[in-house]
Write a new protein. Structure first.
Length: 262
């Protein structure tokens, strides 16, 4: 589905600025499943031509999804994007426009014969319906298991992946290490540790200096579990960490690696 061309996108999200919070959440969720998303807040830069950038984005996307709401239906820009997308759909003679029902509104005439993903009362159901069409490279159910923080679930999910699939999942777990959510960073680090991802040592060394004391504690603990002698200096630094739980984890890790009390 996704081409190697860096300009290509799997899906273009058309929405009213009044629905930005929903559109950005959707974009983040789709990106987490390995889909390449075009959304103006990420693509537009100072000095860009709005019309040209949007036209390029639509032409370079596999689908366009329109977030339907009273504000979207009344938006000139959304109307332009929809008209361009419908023209492309006629030209391609294939499905291109994917309507999303976000808030009750009058559906535009040319979309009334289309099946839509209904997000009005149940976001998860709406997302599931949309994913049936998009078929992302990452299975959301497997990703949830990998991010569960539970070793048995992580290993079970990991075992179902074919060798050629694992790289995509590992890449997403690595991206989650930079999440703004502490719980996501910990879950991703745990998954990489449990599956013994080949670069786990470098991930643990980096996360041992995370801003969150909870993340640092997990990273230091896992360094001790893999007996990483090359991490002794990092662990030694954490013996004087400002968080008691990190210091405790560092003492335990130091003892496991060196055989001496920290």
């Amino acid at each position: 589905m996704t081409e190697l061309n860096s300009d290509r996108r799997d899906i273009f999200i058309s929405y009213s600025s009044k629905d930005r919070m929903f559109a950005e959440k959707l974009a983040a969720d789709l990106s987490e499943l390995g889909l390449r998303v075009w959304i103006d807040t990420l693509e537009m830069k100072v000095g860009d031509s709005l019309g040209q950038k949007i036209q390029h984005g639509i032409l370079g996307s596999g689908w366009l999804t329109i977030v339907l709401s009273p504000d979207a239906v009344g938006s000139t820009w959304v109307e332009k994007e929809l008209n361009a997308a419908l023209a492309l759909e006629l030209e391609r003679r294939d499905v291109f426009v994917l309507p999303i029902f976000y808030r009750d509104c009058n559906i535009p005439l040319f979309l009334r014969d289309k099946v839509y993903a209904d997000f009005r009362t149940d976001y998860q159901k709406g997302r599931a319906d949309l994913l049936k069409r998009l078929k992302p490279p990452i299975d959301p159910t497997l990703l949830v298991l990998l991010m569960s923080g539970q070793a048995t679930k992580i290993l079970s999910a990991h075992a179902t992946l074919r060798d050629e699939e694992r790289e995509v999942y590992v890449a997403q777990l690595c991206r989650n290490l930079d999440s703004t959510s502490v719980s996501k960073r910990i879950a991703a680090l745990t998954a990489l540790f449990v599956t013994r991802e080949r670069n786990i040592l470098s991930h643990l060394m980096r996360m041992a200096n995370d801003d969150s004391g909870s993340v640092r504690r997990y990273a230091v603990f896992y360094l001790g579990e893999i007996r990483a002698r090359s991490a002794v200096n990092v662990i030694s630094e954490k013996l004087s960490d400002n968080r008691q739980e990190v210091r405790a984890a560092a003492r335990d890790a130091y003892r496991k690696i060196t055989g001496r009390a920290g």
